[in-house]
Design a protein around this ligand. Structure first.
Ligand code: SAM
Length: 237
């Protein structure tokens, strides 16, 4: 992978630049399917009625809000991200939903999570890990802060393997997506990073191995929507 694509400072400033249009872009570029993907991923979290979950690379907090929607009132969520711009919009959504008592949003880098070992019942990252330069470090940090028996859930794009879909999919990613991204965000070149980060991220089998290397057990993955995305789940032992 071209390292500059994952330069943390560039990633941070790029997300802060597009933050105001991020939710709209997601809905348009995925034709609304992104909500369904998050819903399925959140279902993989494990915890009781008073569980505390960690949403890493929370961005504008869509995963955090989905957790709150699916879980009983005793469940709490901490969301972290390293883009203040994205967090600003996320915090606003949490305040508008009146969820300040149940949700704590803070600045943090996934490769250096500011939490004690075993602080959370389960942890999730959605569409974030492919941006992380040392993504194995990120996964091992997520595993470290989860209690034994808890889950680490990763929702991420994959490269479509289906031979009929591969060409149109890659055309969409390389040509259509940056064009629409630029059009909606009004920021020239803002979405140029996306094709490389999506198409060069390791395939699901390799990501599974990376999760196993960090010590996670019983790692499984499910491809969603013709393999456009995949949900990986590993257990902390
Ligand atoms: C595509 S957005 C996904 C946001 C959200 N999880 C969602 O499902 O919409 C990727 C997010 O990852 C964050 N991110 C990327 N690298 C990170 C890192 N090393 N530490 C923390 N956040 C990171 C970015 O700031 C951005 O908000």
């Amino acid at each position: 992978m071209n390292k500059s694509v994952k330069d943390p400072e560039k990633i941070q400033s790029m997300f802060s630049t597009i933050a105001g249009r991020y939710d709209l872009l997601n809905r348009v570029l995925s034709l609304g399917i992104d909500r369904y993907w998050r819903k399925l991923a959140v279902r993989q979290l494990k915890g009781g009625p008073d569980a505390h979950f960690l949403d890493v690379a929370t961005g504008t907090c869509d995963v955090t809000l989905e957790i709150i929607k699916q879980c009983p009132p005793g469940v709490k969520v901490t969301g972290v991200d390293f883009s203040e711009g994205m967090l600003e919009f996320g915090r606003e959504k949490i305040i508008n939903a009146g969820l300040q008592e149940r949700v704590n949003i803070r600045f943090a880098d996934v490769t250096e999570l500011p939490f004690e070992d075993g602080s959370f019942d389960s942890c999730i990252i959605a569409f974030g890990i492919r941006n992380v330069q040392d993504y194995k470090k990120g996964i091992s940090e997520m595993a470290r802060v989860v209690k034994k028996g808890g889950k680490v859930v990763i929702l991420e794009f994959t490269t479509a393997q289906n031979k009929f879909l591969k060409m149109p999919y890659e055309f969409y990613i390389r040509r259509v997506l940056p064009f629409i991204g630029e059009l909606i965000s009004g920021k020239k070149g803002a979405y140029k990073y996306l094709p490389a980060s999506m198409l060069e991220f390791p395939p699901p089998e390799e990501l599974k191995m990376a999760m196993e290397e960090t010590g996670l057990k019983d790692v499984v993955f499910n491809k969603l929507t013709f393999g456009i995305t995949a949900v990986h789940v590993g257990t902390v032992v």
